[in-house]
Ligand binder design. Structure first.
Ligand code: ATP
Ligand code: MG
Length: 188
């Protein structure tokens, strides 16, 4: 499972997802766009609507057989706590199914701020992946580390480029680029 605001989804997310599938030998990877991120600051609200973010993830995962999309957080509305999502997935996939929750390295140092982090650790295996610009050591002992070669891409950088009218064609899948252009997302 990979949660995020996906505002918009980009090649960095997809690289992480592919590496996790391979290295952790997962059956599938479920992308879960947040309705509202719990640790989001007032000045850092999502820009695109939940529906648009969901649709961009849908376009990006189409055609990759092991990628799936869940709209559970967007349907649930309110603040999207990972612990609530993991409880939902645990009732769908009881043990001995293995669940893995993935995040990028920008969260490695922040885990104590997550709601019910101990419960999260008991519901799923928690994996932190390397991300350029973020030092993730030391990680709590419950956390596993995913080693892969990350791409230095962020949704923030993509939004800034689009605002300036710069090209982002190498940073997002083609279908996502077309969607952003068609819906005039992230422009001034
Ligand atoms: P923003 O700049 O708006 O925060 P973002 O690029 O960080 O966007 P999110 O939707 O916040 O994207 O990220 C979802 C998840 O993917 C998070 O766990 C984040 O750490 C991870 N992630 C995002 N980009 C990368 C990347 N380039 N490499 C590794 N992990 C990433
Ligand atoms: Mg982020």
């Amino acid at each position: 499972m990979l949660g995020g605001t996906f505002d918009p989804i980009h090649e960095g997310h997809l690289a992480l997802a592919r590496a996790a599938l391979k290295e952790l030998r997962l059956d599938r990877l479920i992308f879960i766009p947040a309705f509202r991120h719990p640790l989001e600051q007032k000045d850092r609200k999502t820009v695109a609507s939940p529906e648009a973010r969901l649709e961009m993830v849908r376009l990006a995962v189409r055609g990759e057989s092991q990628f799936e999309l869940s709209d559970c957080e967007i349907k649930r509305k309110g603040i999207s706590y990972t612990v609530d999502t993991l409880r939902e997935f645990r009732s769908l996939y009881p043990k001995p199914h293995e669940l893995y929750f993935l995040t990028g390295g920008d969260w490695g140092k922040n885990l104590s701020r997550w709601k019910d982090i101990r419960t999260i650790f008991s519901l799923a295996r928690f994996v932190v992946a390397r991300r350029p610009g973020f030092d993730i050591s030391p990680l709590p002992k419950e956390v596993e580390f995913l080693d892969f070669i990350p791409l230095d891409i962020s949704s923030t950088a993509i939004r800034e480029k689009l605002k300036k009218g710069a090209s982002v064609s190498s940073l997002v899948p083609k279908q996502v680029l077309e969607y952003m252009i068609q819906h005039k997302l992230y422009q001034n």
